[in-house]
Design a protein around this ligand. Structure first.
Ligand code: SF4
Length: 196
């Protein structure tokens, strides 16, 4: 706590003084050094040891609360609410408060998993292979379901064979590109579960 002397650094007689008397000696609300234990004085917040702090937005829902991402040795060590955000003014809901786990959880999937038709187990494939497989399916679905015009000859130039449903972990820039990309391919069903 800034400006609060550590009880450990206090002369011994001061540490032995009852809290109420310590409170009378310059800490009337009892929220600072009068209430601080030797143990709490020895603790250091993870945010204090960060190399840098990056402003970001919570990835989970459309409220878009502001976050501060604390980085040490190029790794995320903590994520907290950003008091400068006009939307959330430093607050995060329980889910947003746990965003650090999205980055550092040992259960986080970092490889592409694929389950072949009829298979019972998942297998790991490379990102390149997965991207090629998705591209092949998109091209085929578009070709198979393309509608050039109506029965009356009115232009349609669309496909109802492809749909996109995004999630809250997509940021605004990704959603912008996805909307442009799918619209350019003639898709109509483009949605995100976190839209405002
Ligand atoms: S999930 Fe919670 S913290 Fe994140 S943007 Fe939504 S309300 Fe804010």
């Amino acid at each position: 706590m800034p400006g609060v002397a550590s009880p450990l650094s206090m002369p011994t007689p001061r540490r032995l003084t009852p809290p109420f008397l310590r409170q009378l000696a310059g800490d009337p609300l009892g929220l600072g050094r009068a209430a601080q234990s030797a143990h709490s004085a020895s603790l250091t917040a993870r945010t204090r040891t960060a190399d840098r702090v990056v402003q970001s937005i919570c990835p989970y829902c459309a409220v878009g609360c502001g976050q501060k991402v604390y980085v040490k040795d190029e790794k995320v060590i903590q994520i907290e609410g950003d008091p400068d955000s006009p939307i959330s003014r430093g607050r995060l809901c329980p889910k947003g408060s746990a965003t650090e786990m999205l980055v550092n959880s040992p259960m986080r999937e970092t490889q592409v998993k694929y389950r072949r038709p009829g298979a019972a187990d998942w297998e790991h494939i490379s990102l390149e292979q997965a991207t090629d497989m998705i591209a092949d399916r998109v091209i085929k679905a578009r070709e198979d379901t393309w509608e050039e015009e109506t029965d009356d000859g009115e232009p349609l130039k669309r496909t109802l064979g492809m749909h996109f449903l995004g999630g809250a972990t997509l940021d605004s820039e990704e959603n912008y590109l996805i909307k442009k990309f799918f619209t350019a391919m003639g898709a109509l069903s483009i949605e995100n579960q976190a839209r405002i």
